[in-house]
Ligand binder design. Structure first.
Ligand SMILES: NC(=O)c1ccc[n+]([C@@H]2O[C@H](COP(=O)([O-])OP(=O)(O)OC[C@H]3O[C@@H](n4cnc5c(N)ncnc54)[C@H](O)[C@@H]3O)[C@@H](O)[C@H]2O)c1
Ligand SMILES: Nc1nc(=O)c(N)c(NC[C@H](O)[C@H](O)[C@H](O)COP(=O)(O)O)[nH]1
Length: 277
C-alpha cells in the first residue's frame, strides 16, 4: 500500500534548482539554533486573494506550481495552517510528490507534520477527516494542534493520540497586548523544541496577516508566493497585513520583500524573496 505511486505528482529535478537558495538547508542546520527555518508560502490571485470566501476551497495554482508546493512540503518538517483553513478545506496537508513516503517509498520520510493553530479547539475532526484517512494509508502524519486551552477536549485528544498527533497548549501572550493572538516567537520556539527544524506557513488569511507585522517579520526566513493569473473578486480572503505609519502619521507600505526572484511556472509566476536583507 505504501508503495502506490499512481496518484503521485511529478516535480522534475530541473525545476528544483531555482528553489534551492530559498529552502531550508539540507543538513538541517538553521540560521538561529532555537528557531525553525520558517518559510511563508501561499498561492494568491491578482487581487491578493487566497480564496473566494473564508469557507471556500479555491484552486489557484496550476499543475506545475501545485507540484512545486508539494515539493516544498517534502523539504519542511512542518506545515502550518489556521483552523479557518482546516474547517474550509478538510485538508490532507501531506506531500504527494513521487518518491516520498506513501508515494513510492516506505515509511513517512518526506512527509511533513501538519500543525493547526486552533486556540479554542474549534476544529471538529473525526476518523473520516482526510488527514486521518491519509494516516491510515501510511501517506501522512497526524496533526499537532496548538491550543490555548490547558485541558483540550478529551475525546478529540484521544483520537489525535491514536494516530500519533497531539494537542500543544500555549499561553496567549502577545507582546502587543493582543490577547486573541498567539505570539509567533513562542509558537515557533515551541515547534523547534518539539523537533521541527523547518516550518512552512501556508495560510490562511488570518495566519499570514498576523505574521506579516514588524515585530515578527524577522522570524520569516523565506517567502515563496505563487501568483495565478486570475481575479477572484470582492469578498475573498485576502493577504493584507495591518497598515503602518511613519513618525509623521503618513501611511507607508506594510512590508516589502528583498532579494527577489521571479520564476514563470506554467501560467503562474512564483515569487521568492526575503523580508530582510
Ligand atoms: N491560496 C492559498 O495558498 C491558501 C492557503 C491557506 C488557506 N487558504 C484559504 O484561506 C481560507 C481560510 O483563511 P482564514 O483567514 O479564514 O483562516 P485561517 O486559516 O487563517 O484561520 C484563522 C483562525 O486561526 C486562528 N489563528 C490564526 N492566526 C492566529 C494567531 N496568530 N493567534 C491565534 N489564533 C490564530 C484563529 O482561530 C483564526 O480565527 C480558506 O478558504 C482556505 O481555503 C488558501
Ligand atoms: N499552493 C496552493 N495553491 C492553491 O491553489 C491553494 N488553494 C492552496 N491552498 C493551500 C491550503 O493550505 C491547502 O492546500 C489546503 O488546506 C488543502 O491541503 P491539501 O491540498 O488537501 O493537502 N495552496
Amino acid at each position: 500500500m505504501a508503495l502506490d505511486k499512481r496518484d503521485a505528482l511529478e516535480f522534475p529535478e530541473s525545476d528544483r534548482v531555482f528553489l534551492e537558495p530559498h529552502l531550508p538547508r539540507q543538513d538541517g542546520t538553521t540560521p538561529r539554533s532555537d528557531m525553525p527555518f520558517t518559510t511563508l508560502t501561499f498561492a494568491t490571485s491578482l487581487d491578493s486573494a487566497l480564496a473566494l470566501s473564508p469557507g471556500a476551497r479555491t484552486t489557484l495554482s496550476g499543475p506545475q506550481s501545485k507540484a512545486m508546493t508539494h515539493y516544498l512540503r517534502s523539504r519542511h518538517d512542518g506545515i502550518l495552517i489556521g483552523v479557518g483553513t482546516a474547517l474550509a478545506d478538510d485538508p490532507g496537508l501531506n506531500c504527494r510528490i513521487a518518491g516520498v513516503g506513501g508515494y513510492g517509498s516506505e515509511g513517512l520520510i518526506g512527509q511533513p507534520r501538519p500543525v493547526v493553530i486552533d486556540s479554542n479547539a474549534r476544529w471538529d475532526f473525526s476518523e473520516d477527516s482526510k488527514l486521518f484517512q491519509l494516516c491510515r494509508q501510511g501517506r501522512g502524519r497526524a496533526p499537532w494542534i496548538v491550543t490555548t486551552l490547558s485541558e483540550p477536549p478529551a475525546e478529540k485528544q484521544k483520537l489525535l493520540e491514536k494516530y500519533g498527533g497531539r494537542y500543544i497548549s500555549l499561553q496567549m501572550k502577545n507582546s502587543t497586548g493582543d490577547h486573541h493572538r498567539i505570539d509567533w516567537n513562542d509558537l515557533l520556539l515551541t515547534l523547534r523544541s518539539h523537533g521541527l527544524q523547518s516550518v512552512m506557513v501556508e495560510g490562511g488569511g488570518h495566519v499570514i496577516n498576523s505574521l506579516l507585522v514588524p515585530q515578527y517579520m524577522s522570524l520569516i526566513d523565506s517567502v515563496i508566493v505563487t501568483i495565478a493569473p486570475t481575479w477572484l473578486g470582492e469578498g475573498g480572503v485576502v493577504v493584507s497585513p495591518p497598515r503602518r505609519f511613519d513618525g509623521e502619521g503618513n501611511a507607508i507600505s506594510a512590508a516589502r520583500l528583498r532579494n527577489v526572484k521571479w520564476y514563470p511556472f506554467g501560467e503562474d509566476v512564483v515569487l521568492c524573496g526575503q523580508t530582510q536583507s
